[in-house]
Structures are given as C-alpha cells and as structure tokens.
Write a protein that binds this ligand. Structure first.
Ligand code: NAP
Length: 286
C-alpha cells in the first residue's frame, strides 16, 4: 500500500511510456518488502535541469535515466562513479541524504552479468564488438575492466570507431576496423567473444543480421547479442545452430536494473524474479 511514508523512485526519459523498468522494479520492491514505489516520469526535453532539481527537492530517493538524457545529465551530477565517467553516461541517480546527486552507470555491470550467468570469464580472451554506439561503449568498458586481452570494434562509420578507440586506448589493446576489411575478418575469426551491439535484428525487423557470417567464427567463440526483443535474434539463432554458446540481452537489462535497485536501497533484489517479470511483460506486449 502507498502511504505517506512511501519513498519515490522512477525513470526519467522522453518518451517514457514504453519503459519496462516500472514493471520490473515494482515487482522486485514488492518481493523485497520495501516501502518504495517506482514511476515512469516523462520529462520535457528542454527541461532536464529543472526536472532533476525539482525531483531532488521533492524528496525522490533516486531514479533511472534513459533516452535522450543519459549524457546531457552528466553536468548536473555532484559526483560521478568511475563507470559513469568512463562510459560518459548516467543511467542511475542516487539522491544522497545531504541532497547531493550521485550519478552511476550500471550498464557495464549488467553486461558482465550476462557472462557470469553463463559461467564465462572474459579475462585473457580476445573480443570483438559489432558496432560503436552507446551500448558498445558500456560493453567495451566492461570488457576492458574484466582484463580481456584485446578488443577489435567493427564499424560501418570509421570516425565513430576511431573516437571510441581513442577514449579507451590507455585501458588495453583496443582498435577499430571497418566491416569490409581483412583486418576485421581476421579479428572475427580469431575472437573468443563476439558482442553484437547494433540494433540489427531487433523487433520488428527481426530478419536483419549484422554484417558477420557466423560460418567465419571460431567454433569455440561465445556469441553475445545485446538485443532482448526478440529473445533470440536471427544472429544468435544462426550462431546456436553452428554450436556456439549464446547469450542474449535479457540478463543485461535485468542486471543493470538490479544494480540500480541495490544503489538506492542497499538490498540485493531477486534477479530471477526480475528476469521472469521482464519476460512476462515482453510476452504480454507481443
Ligand atoms: P546506438 O547508440 O544508436 O548505436 C548503434 C550502433 O549500431 C552504431 O554503431 C551504428 O553505426 C550501428 N548500426 C546501426 N545500424 C547499422 C547497420 N545497418 N549496419 C551497421 N551498423 C549499424 O544504439 P545503442 O543505444 O548502442 O543500442 C544498440 C542496441 O543495443 C539496441 O538494439 C538496444 O536494444 C541494445 N541495448 C540493449 C541493452 C540491454 O540492456 N540488453 C542496453 C542498451 C542497448 P553508426 O555509428 O555507423 O550509425
């Protein structure tokens, strides 16, 4: 029951009505017996600063941040976690007791949870990333934090690959290659871990494939697609048919939410429940 003591959590974005977070977070809060409620909070794109300060001043405990505010919110934070600073985006804000705003990014932790769930250790492995957008940035930082031996980023826009590489070259052996080069094909063939970070294959265009022929991958390579709708993309299906171990984006989505939950409440939520609720909600939406 919502009472006068119930604490408020939420997610800000524009638009925000499609967000899965309220369903997942409220289920986990209820299961943990915590007196919080989590709401979707639409924020006008030209009013981020006043909305953030207003939410803080109205006593919100914390909130998630999604498109289009993840980068724009950085200068509004009083403190930033290392992950938020390195990824260059905030997806979780904690309002501290003194009113200070602490910005976190739980995407890299969520991404790494996908490996953990499958008993895979990225340390010492050769990885390739397909794509160089926002999700690739979090995945790249997660892989480097996990001490992979090298990362090759496959891109269609060389300038974006070069920019991402430049931001992380001090953290490990990182390079980028255009999709149509022999360097990319060589990196793919030698990789232990393939991470697909483009929207290619996402609903409703489920027939699309990234520009990678699964037949060229090393047989032992693990194939991770960050997409969670559908649960199995055409790329993952093709990889599984060739005997590869595959990971989809569901655990990353649930685990980044679980990390945020912990930052706000100090309690570890039931991750399995969060994943189950996520699947049920996706099935309900069709
Ligand atoms: P983004 O910032 O727009 O980046 C998309 C990347 O894909 C860019 O590098 C883009 O290349 C590349 N790309 C797009 N269309 C392409 C095409 N036709 N051929 C080759 N490359 C193409 O998007 P994002 O935020 O990173 O999200 C990407 C995907 O990750 C989405 O499907 C999203 O659902 C998923 N995701 C999942 C989670 C999770 O929790 N599981 C979290 C975040 C994102 P250019 O740079 O050349 O445009």
């Amino acid at each position: 029951m919502i009472t006068g003591k119930t604490r408020l959590l939420g997610v800000i974005g524009a638009p925000i009505g499609h967000s899965l977070s309220p369903v997942i977070q409220n289920a986990a809060l209820h299961a943990a017996g915590l007196d919080y409620v989590y709401a979707a909070l639409p924020v006008r794109p030209d009013a981020l600063a006043s909305a953030v300060h207003g939410l803080r001043d109205a006593g919100i405990a914390g909130f998630n941040v999604t498109i289009p505010f993840k980068t724009e919110i950085l200068p509004l934070m009083d403190v930033l976690s290392e992950d938020a600073r390195r990824i260059g985006a905030v997806n979780t804000v904690v309002v501290r007791e003194d009113g200070k705003l602490a910005g976190y990014n739980t995407d890299a932790a969520g991404f790494l949870a996908g490996f953990t769930e499958h008993g895979i250790t990225p340390a010492g492995k050769r990885a390739v990333l397909i794509g160089a957008g926002g999700a690739a940035r979090a995945a790249l930082w997660g892989l480097l934090r996990s001490s992979v031996s090298e990362v090759c980023i496959g891109v269609r826009t060389p300038g974006k690959g070069a920019a991402l590489t430049a931001d992380f070259e001090a953290d490990g052996f990182v390079r980028s290659c255009a999709f149509d080069t022999s360097a990319w094909r060589d990196a793919l063939g030698a990789a232990d871990i393939i991470v697909q970070t483009t929207p290619l294959g996402m609903s409703p265009r489920t027939e699309e494939m990234p520009p990678v022929d699964p037949a060229t991958l090393a047989p032992s390579a693990v194939v991770y697609d960050l997409i969670y709708t559908p649960a199995e993309t055409a790329f993952l299906r093709a990889a599984a048919a060739r005997g590869h171990r595959t990971i989809n984006g569901e655990t990353m989505l649930a685990a980044q939410g679980a990390e945020a939950f912990f930052l706000w409440t100090g309690v570890r939520p039931d991750m399995m429940l969060m994943k189950r609720v996520l699947r049920e909600e996706l099935a309900r939406r069709g």
